[in-house]
Design a protein around this ligand. Structure first.
Ligand code: MLC
Ligand code: AMP
Length: 491
């Protein structure tokens, strides 16, 4: 039994999704996902946790495929729609996916994979009615989804979560944030990460609420939809609020007034995935009348800490542990520290992932002996509110809500024939939170725009450094390690 899908049978006639002007009921989603599940199964009784990779823009089709994979007993592997082919192939190979489902707009990009014999290539529009047959009974402890996250290793790791884990993540948020069937959320975030998948879509669908899609963020379109007066819940990363504010400030007085009126009617608005600058929080309050609810999470744990729905939402703080989640702060020896002392956030509970896919050593290293997940985020508790102070690694960069590994980018840049060495760091930036920048060592004349174009064939564009400096050599300490804090000062 997959709790999220079982739940949907309670409200078949309610509208689940609004997409490109079309309305889809929960029954429609259940029917379409059953068609997809039966097509995937063909002659098998159960996909038995085979991995099914799919590349589909945020849409009704995305949800129907995600649910279809689950109902067939597969593990869903959503692919990032802005990845170039090598990054997509890495995920497909690492998960050893046996199916790849491709939306029409990605056919050209993915067509080189059609010839692969280890991969059944399917078009997302090709599923048709199969003779009705029983769908497998799925034990919730089975694997449900693998999401890729960058870390302190150069290659991204797959985070495996079970249906049980996903259910616990959803239930915790539905309770804490008082979701109901009267809610209507705008879904604008990419759907290969927990923020969009769990917090936005899955919480809404669990509650019998409505999900309205806007497949690509666009500030003008977001405000147009808000002005229609139907959306009452919004969740985004700080960069999106920054961009919305910047656009709002270009509008005329009457346009601003219309937006203000629409926003005041919202039930609540959330910011997360990166630190919310107090200035953004205050400006947004001035526009919308809402104090953004800031919360903290991670691909491996879903959401762990949140400012209260009803109580004080404290600027610069992330709040308290969410229902069903245990959180502690530990020093370097692994000993829990008292309030007002900083340490690493560690998390335990049913909301925590199962394993890094195919990486038992990395999984073991990520947990303490007594089963707490080590987030690598450093925090302090002040008057009952957690406040993030930083991270234990300079090689992890958060830009516009995306986690980026400096090591992955360095490795790609070093593969360029003209580059002898390079160092990548994240520097503070108002818009992006952190901005990716690179120091290059070369004895040739390099055209930066050519280098960037070459990198675009290797990496998604959001990982490409936005600034470069040239150095004779990288700053290193006595042990020969690049001193990244010195590098940051150069930008
Ligand atoms: C886009 N660009 C970025 C970027 N996004 N650069 C750095 N960081 C980013 N995040 C660059 C593109 O490469 C492009 O560069 C230019 O900006 C315009 O691209 P775009 O696609 O038109 O940008 P836009 O649509 O404005 O995207 C910005 C954004 C997007 C903020 C909407 O980045 C986004 O959706 N971020 C959300 C990520 C997310 O969901 N994270 C949750 C992770 S889960 P060029 O050079 O080509 O012009 C998690 C756990 C938790 O963190 O707690 O939630
Ligand atoms: P990801 O691996 O993409 O899931 O990103 C998770 C990371 O995002 C966390 O480990 C934090 O570093 C960061 N993060 C998420 N929410 C917040 C927040 N509210 N404030 C600061 N950092 C956050």
């Amino acid at each position: 039994m997959i709790p999220l899908i079982e739940n949907a049978f309670q409200f078949p006639s309610r509208i689940a999704v609004l997409d490109q002007g079309q309305h889809y009921s929960y029954q429609h989603l259940l029917d379409r996902s059953a068609v997809i599940a039966r097509s995937l199964l063909a002659t098998q009784r159960d996909l038995n946790q085979e991995r099914v990779a799919f590349i589909i823009p945020p849409s009704f089709d995305y949800l129907a495929v995600q649910w279809g994979i689950w109902r067939a007993g597969g593990i869903a592997v959503p692919l990032c729609t802005s990845y170039p082919l090598p990054s997509l192939e890495y995920v497909i190979d690492d998960t050893k996916a046996s199916f790849l489902i491709v939306a029409p707009e990605f056919e050209d990009l993915l067509s080189p994979l059609r010839v692969r014999e280890d991969l059944t290539y399917l078009s997302s529009k090709d599923f048709d009615n199969q003779p009705s047959s029983h769908l497998p009974d799925i034990d919730p402890s089975r694997g449900a989804m693998i999401l890729y996250t960058s870390g302190t290793t150069s290659l991204p790791k797959g985070v495996l979560s079970s249906h049980q884990t996903i259910t616990a993540q959803i239930k915790s948020l539905v309770q804490a944030w008082k979701w109901s069937e009267n809610d209507h959320i705008l879904s604008i975030l990419p759907l290969h990460h927990v923020h969009g998948i769990i917090n936005v879509n899955s919480c809404a669908l669990w509650s019998g609420a409505k999900v309205q899609f806007l497949p690509q963020f666009d500030a003008a379109k977001v405000f147009d939809i808000f002005n229609e007066g139907k959306v009452n819940v919004f969740m985004a990363v700080p960069t999106i609020y920054f961009k919305l504010i910047a656009f709002y400030e270009t509008l005329s007085g009457s346009e601003q007034e219309e937006i203000q009126k629409a926003l005041k009617k919202f039930r609540f608005m959330v910011s997360g995935s990166a630190a919310l600058p107090v200035s953004v929080m205050e400006k947004w309050k001035g526009i919308s009348g809402h104090t953004l609810l800031e919360r903290y999470g991670m691909t491996e744990i879903g959401m762990a800490i949140s400012n209260p729905y009803d109580g004080e939402r404290r600027p610069g703080h992330i709040g308290q542990a969410l229902p069903g989640v245990s959180v502690r702060v530990c020093d370097e020896e692994g000993k829990e520290v008292p309030p007002h002392k900083s340490g690493e956030i560690q998390v335990k509970g049913d909301t925590v992932f199962s394993e890094y896919w195919g990486k038992p050593e990395a999984t073991a290293k990520a947990f303490t002996k007594d089963g707490w997940f080590k987030t690598g985020d450093i925090a302090i508790v002040e008057d009952g509110y957690f406040r993030i102070l930083g991270r234990d690694s300079v090689d992890i960069i958060k830009s516009g809500g995306y986690k980026i590994s400096a090591l992955e980018i360095e490795e790609k840049i070093r593969a360029h024939e003209a580059i002898k060495d390079c160092g990548v760091v994240g520097i503070q930036d108002e818009e992006w939170g952190e901005k990716v920048v690179a120091a290059l060592v070369t004895d040739q004349n390099i055209d930066i725009s050519e280098l960037k174009n070459w990198l675009r064939t290797q990496l998604p564009s959001y990982k490409i450094p936005k600034e470069f400096v040239f150095l004779e050599e990288l700053p290193r300490n006595a042990l020969g390690k690049v001193t990244k804090n010195e590098l940051k000062k150069l930008f």
